[in-house]
Design a protein around this ligand. Structure first.
Ligand code: PMP
Length: 456
């Protein structure tokens, strides 16, 4: 009897995993994660692995927080479930809404709860169109999004997202959504300076608005830093130019904060880092540090005032909108983050420290660029450092490096040939040193596999 093998067999027999080639996984078998503590996860074979992805960009406070367990227990004992439909409410939802609005940009003072980030973006789509209908402009239907963006896996989330492989599988997409270029300088803009490229990507927004006609465009949606697309940090010129364009036309700004929210970039929200005043902000993940599932859409005054003052029912909501136990855990999570100054620490201490240590990996023969902001970062793996030429896709270099890294004790994610990190925000400087040295080890071993010379 081998417990791990038995469990893998059961997994293979009955469990279809998200974003997975079922056949390939069945042949390989899953790693069974059994427990976690701080920034480490542990598997059934006794390996300790530094979780450089904070789960799925969500375990912002790290694992093993008894206070979050206690908050869930207390709430489950007192009121495990009640809804917020039909003129009812409960204390965890109200208190969490109040806390969130205190942390958000000044013009954002309402929240609509959901169970996830995907549901939040479904809500965005419905709310944006409802807003313009109430404003007497029902033709304002088009939503401009970006190529390679990720906004979720529901049909609306996937349609708003710009992931070509998802679109190819999804059947007809939600109509009225169009995609423009992403501000991915290393991948798509190196024939220009980053600043010129950032402005060119912003100009693409204006061109699309003019093509569609301002009177038909409802909103622009974007992540402050594109996460699942590859930790794409826009050039500094990008967001100021986008802001200027949106101000010129009467179009809502939706900032998807599902990854960037709750401290990732060193401010409570990515919008604050970039000085944005969003009309809508989908949130999830770090809001509860992933201990229980909860999401929402934060709604700016312009949209909220119309939705509230014009009246009429908004026919939309989820059984678990504002689930009491999830809300209680999120509230405790935010309290701990505030009391410990986690966000300021990312901005003033560990974020800059990571930037310094991570950027040093750019000297590696495989690395074309090493970038980070706050506690999100990427390494671009290249075949030729001088030209930035990529490896042949068929080599699957990103996945190779990811598998080596995992086996050596560090979770990094690969997006094509970009290696991504988004570790818990509680990382100490020593732990950052450990992460960076494990990343270098993974790069060295990948280079050896590929027969790339390493000069030390
Ligand atoms: N938006 C962004 C920016 C995301 O990164 C994600 C999840 N990775 C989502 C939305 C969807 O969130 P969920 O998986 O909770 O549905």
């Amino acid at each position: 009897m081998n417990w791990t093998k038995d469990m893998q067999a059961l997994d293979r027999a009955h469990h279809l995993h998200p974003f997975t080639d079922f056949k390939a996984l069945g042949e390989e078998g899953s790693r069974i994660v059994t427990h976690a503590d701080g920034i480490y996860i542990f598997d059934s074979e006794g390996h300790r692995i530094l979780d450089g992805m904070a789960g799925l960009w969500c375990v912002n406070l790290g694992y093993g927080r008894q206070a979050l367990v206690d908050a869930a227990t207390r709430q489950l004992q007192q009121l495990p479930y009640y809804n917020n439909f039909f003129k009812t409410t409960h204390v965890p939802a109200v208190t969490l809404a109040d806390t969130l609005c205190r942390l958000a940009p000044a013009s954002v003072n309402h929240v609509f709860f959901t169970g996830s980030g995907s549901e939040a973006n479904d809500t965005v789509l419905r709310m944006v169109r409802r807003y313009w209908a109430l404003e007497g402009q029902p033709d304002k239907q088009w939503i401009i999004a970006r190529e390679n963006a990720y906004h979720g896996s529901t049909v609306a989330g996937m349609s708003l997202g710009g992931m070509a492989p998802m679109h190819a599988q999804g059947g007809p997409l939600v109509p009225g959504i169009t995609h423009i270029a992403q501000p991915y300088w290393f991948g798509e803009g190196r024939d220009q300076s980053p600043e010129d490229f950032g402005r060119a990507c912003a100009a693409a927004l204006e061109e699309r608005i003019l093509e569609l006609g301002e009177e038909n465009v409802a909103a622009f949606i974007a992540e402050p830093v594109q996460g699942a697309g590859g930790a794409i940090i826009p050039p500094d010129s990008y967001w100021p130019a986008v802001k200027e364009i949106l101000a010129r036309y009467d179009i809502l700004l939706v900032v998807d904060e599902v990854i960037c929210g709750f401290g990732r970039l060193g401010e409570w929200f990515g919008s604050q880092h970039y000085g944005l005043e969003p009309d809508l902000m989908p949130i999830a993940k770090g809001m509860s540090s992933g201990y229980l599932p909860i999401g929402g859409v934060m709604v700016g005054d312009r949209v909220a005032d119309t939705l509230i003052d014009t009246g009429g029912e908004f026919f939309h909501g989820f059984t678990y909108s504002g689930h009491p136990a999830c809300a209680a855990v999120a509230l405790k999570n935010l309290e701990i983050m505030q009391a410990a100054g986690v966000v300021q620490r990312v901005r003033d201490d560990v974020g800059p420290y990571l930037a310094q240590r991570w950027s040093a990996l750019a000297d590696h023969p495989l690395v074309g660029e090493a970038r980070s902001l706050g506690l999100i970062g990427a390494l671009e793996l290249v075949a030729d450092k001088a030209t930035g030429a990529r490896f042949d896709k068929s080599l699957g270099v990103g996945n190779l490096c990811r598998d080596i890294s995992f086996a050596n004790g560090l979770v990094m994610r690969s997006v094509g040939d970009s290696m991504i990190i988004s570790p818990p925000l509680t990382m100490t400087r020593d732990q950052i040193d450990e992460l960076v040295s494990l990343a270098r080890q993974a790069l060295d071993e990948t280079a050896r596999h590929l027969n790339v010379a390493i000069h030390k």
